[in-house]
Design a protein around this ligand. Structure first.
Ligand code: PLP
Length: 397
């Protein structure tokens, strides 16, 4: 018999992944060219050439007991050093290798930092709509998720409600910008105000509240929009970065955490996060991937393909009368459902072979997410289906 806690997780197993499975089934039935699967955020752009070249170069070096061996649980020192240097160059920060812990993607990093910070019953705030795995990650350590309702139509964080929901039990706040599922980038003004509120509330409640910046989409920002680097605004910020999207390496499971010297209790946090990396069973992030990304720090995937998709879809859907959040980053378009029940809207879209994810899977009913990390050809082929979907609602069906 499986654990009671797992029964709940299995039942609530990710809607997005269920939809992806459904897409595969439909492709077999109707032919892959007749199914428009916008369900999963799997990068469609190949990693930069340098990634494979550097991976081979690392293997060719044949340093004994190095590439394939155990190491410090925080990761290779030279890799952490290179990452710290690169961040300092980009953001004018002053990190060193001690501030960096290599992780098994953003998901691994979030679990490590939540294990490090949470006692049972501690509260973690997140702004709806948000990546639903946060609920599971916080649940892993018996924390309590406190969602803040969506701020419609800007989808910037709702800071009035935020202020009210911070209590003595609040231990952390997770922000994700550029955002999954909305594609919105939180403005500098928002970040400054959010930081001011946190400073004020920390004084009031008498302990640190950590801002966890979940940043797998940092490099995916369009039209020259700036994505503020949060450690510069609030000292108790911990950054979780991932190469899953920035280098199109989601299956390789590689990322890192940054814990700045300025963060309250930072030495204990670093020690505890290193131990958490070990005892969660990661032991360390994949060695070959660490050594590879350290040699590709200036590389980026070609985001022009996503940008082209973003424009194609946004223009077409707004022309058809769909209301979309302004897409500035990531590879998601967030669209108001044409009926109150987003799941019914998703079911209707499926009749036209359009696979979308309901907003309720991101704690924000009434909307749907369209992942446009797909081929532009598929987007163009899908236009007829979107036209039919829009037409259905015009006729009041
Ligand atoms: N956080 C957000 C907001 C995501 O969208 C994802 C993946 O899609 C993750 C974390 C997990 O990323 P990783 O593959 O690096 O674990």
């Amino acid at each position: 018999m499986i654990a009671k806690k797992m029964v709940k997780y299995v039942e609530g197993s990710s809607v997005t992944r269920a939809m992806f499975g459904e897409g595969k089934k439909m492709a077999k039935e109707f032919g892959p060219e007749n199914v428009y699967d916008f369900s999963l955020g799997n990068p469609s752009v190949e990693p930069p050439k340098a990634v494979a070249e550097q991976m081979k170069a690392v293997l060719d070096e044949k340093k004994p007991n190095f590439v394939h061996g155990y190491m410090n649980n925080a990761g290779h020192e030279e890799v952490r050093h290179a990452i710290a240097d690169s961040l300092n160059r980009k953001f004018g920060t002053s990190f060193s290798e001690k501030n960096i812990i290599m992780t098994v993607g953003a998901a691994g990093g979030l679990n490590v930092i939540l294990k490090t910070l949470l006692d049972p019953g501690d509260e973690v705030i997140a702004f709806a709509p948000y990546f639903s795995e946060y609920n599971n990650y916080v649940g892993n350590f018996d924390g309590v998720m406190v969602p803040i309702s969506a701020n419609i139509p800007s989808f910037q964080p709702n800071l009035d409600e935020f202020r009210e929901k911070i209590t003595e039990r609040t231990k952390a706040v997770i922000v994700n910008t550029p955002n999954n599922p909305t594609g919105v980038v939180y403005s500098e003004e928002t970040i400054k105000e959010l930081s001011r509120i946190l400073e004020e509330k920390q004084k009031e409640i008498g302990h640190a509240v950590y801002l966890i910046a979940d940043e797998p989409y940092r490099e995916l920002a369009y039209d020259g929009v700036e994505v503020p680097y949060l450690t510069k605004y609030f000292s108790n910020t911990i950054v979780g970065y991932s190469y899953s999207k920035s280098l199109s390496l989601p299956g390789e499971r590689i990322g890192y955490l940054v814990v700045p010297d300025e963060a309250d209790d930072f030495e204990n946090i670093l020690d505890a996060a290193t131990v958490a990396t070990r005892i969660l069973g990661f032991v360390n992030a994949p060695s070959l991937q660490q050594l590879t990304v350290a040699r590709c720090l200036e590389e980026k995937t070609d985001i022009s393909a996503y940008d082209q998709n973003r424009k194609l879809l946004y223009d077409k859907l707004t022309e058809l009368g769909f209301e979309c959040a302004k897409p500035e980053g990531a590879f998601y378009l967030w669209v108001k459902a044409k009926e109150e029940d987003d799941k019914a809207f998703v079911a209707k879209a499926k009749e036209f072979h359009l696979l979308l994810v309901p907003g309720s899977a991101f704690m924000c009913a009434g909307y749907v997410r369209i992942a446009y990390c797909v081929s532009p050809e598929m987007i163009k082929r899908s236009f007829g289906a979107f036209e039919k979907l829009a037409e259905t609602y015009k006729n009041g069906n």
